[in-house]
Design a protein around this ligand. Structure first.
Ligand code: DAH
Length: 338
């Protein structure tokens, strides 16, 4: 047997133990030095062939090595075990499927909003905004709804301590915009509105509206029909027809309700449209002369149309959602579908 220098071997073994990063490797070190077929066993087996004087010394050194290195290995083992290291931790399976990072996504109302804005922008409309906390003047008076007008009942709201109120519709934005911008103009606004009313599957105290306005020298109802029909066609990606039915809103004259062919039965009549083939979509009309006056424009020079509709309803129809409250519930089972 080649001569083994136990002193040098001990230094080497200590270094190796220090460097180990896994139990697995530590066990290998144990086998190499202290195992049945390890170096120390070999030394002990070879003792009988040594002269008497050397035998005792070498035997002591070998046992010393065994004890010291054995203790160091035990210590190191404990460190791994306490840190929760396991033999398996040192391997990792490159064929295992990866964990997909959870990424966020847009709310259905935001998705619908982006689409609507894009469609109108492509038709030359600007997207504008107005305050949710509004004055009585813009929410009512400027839109030709004076204090004693019964139409105020329809738009009951939350009155704030600072004298303002939460807007009940996005129509005040029309007045605000006309005050600052000269016609010809084309705008839409999408925003949050509030109503003091009971909540159910189609009513919320807080919801969204889309209002539009087009003003020029000779802007008329034919323009309105063309723009709105095209908007619905692009938004629902289906050919649709619209029809106008006389209706009343204080801020337009004449005023109308706009119906669209039922998307479910394509006008044939079904339970969704109560067998009529039509769905009621929005209120609209030709801007009332008083609204022009209240916005600083001369109704003799300008004419135009305006419309307003529930934006949640539009998104509900597009994505086939049957309860408006889902938009505001924060329920991930609903939201993760988008
Ligand atoms: N602001 C109305 C509402 O909240 C909807 C509406 C009707 C808006 C006719 C308009 C319009 O701009 O011309 O019910």
């Amino acid at each position: 047997m080649a001569k083994i220098n136990l002193k040098l071997l001990k230094i080497e073994a200590k270094k190796e133990i220090k460097k180990t990063e896994s139990l697995d490797y530590l066990n290998k070190i144990f086998d190499k030095y202290l195992g049945k077929k390890g170096i120390v066993s070999e030394v002990l087996r070879s003792l009988k062939s040594l002269p008497q004087t050397k035998r005792k010394k070498t035997g002591e050194a070998a046992n010393d090595f065994k004890r010291e290195i054995g203790e160091l290995i035990e210590e190191r083992k404990k460190i791994f075990q306490n840190a929760g290291y396991k033999i398996q931790d040192t391997h990792f399976d490159i064929t295992a499927p990866g964990k997909k990072p959870v990424s966020g996504h847009l709310h259905p109302l935001t998705l619908a909003r982006k689409e609507v804005e894009e469609i109108f922008e492509n038709m030359g409309f600007s997207v504008v905004e107005g305050p949710e906390m509004e004055s009585e003047w813009y929410n009512f008076d400027a839109l030709n709804i004076p204090k004693d007008h019964p139409a105020r009942d329809q738009w009951d709201t939350f009155y704030l301590e600072n004298g303002l109120l939460l807007r009940t519709h996005t129509s005040p934005v029309q007045v605000r915009y006309m005050e600052k911008n000269n016609p010809p103009l084309r705008i839409i606004t999408i925003g949050r509105v509030f109503r003091h009313e009971a909540t159910d599957a189609s009513h919320e105290v807080n919801f969204y509206q889309l209002d539009g306005l087009m003003v020029g020298k000779d802007v008329n109802v034919a323009n309105f029909k063309a723009v709105i029909q095209e908007f619905f066609r692009r938004f629902f990606e289906k050919p649709v027809k619209i029809r106008l039915i006389p209706s009343f809103f204080p801020f337009v004259e004449p005023g109308f309700q706009v119906d669209m062919t039922c998307l479910n039965c394509e006008g044939k009549g079904c339970s969704v449209c109560s067998q009529t083939g039509w769905l009621e979509m929005m209120g609209a009309g030709m801007v009332h002369p008083n609204v022009f006056k209240n916005s600083g424009l001369n109704p003799k020079f300008w004419q135009g149309w305006a419309f307003g509709m529930g934006f949640d309803r539009l998104a509900m129809m597009k994505y086939k959602i049957n309860d408006i409250r889902l938009f505001y519930s924060g329920d991930l089972r609903f939201l993760n579908q988008f």
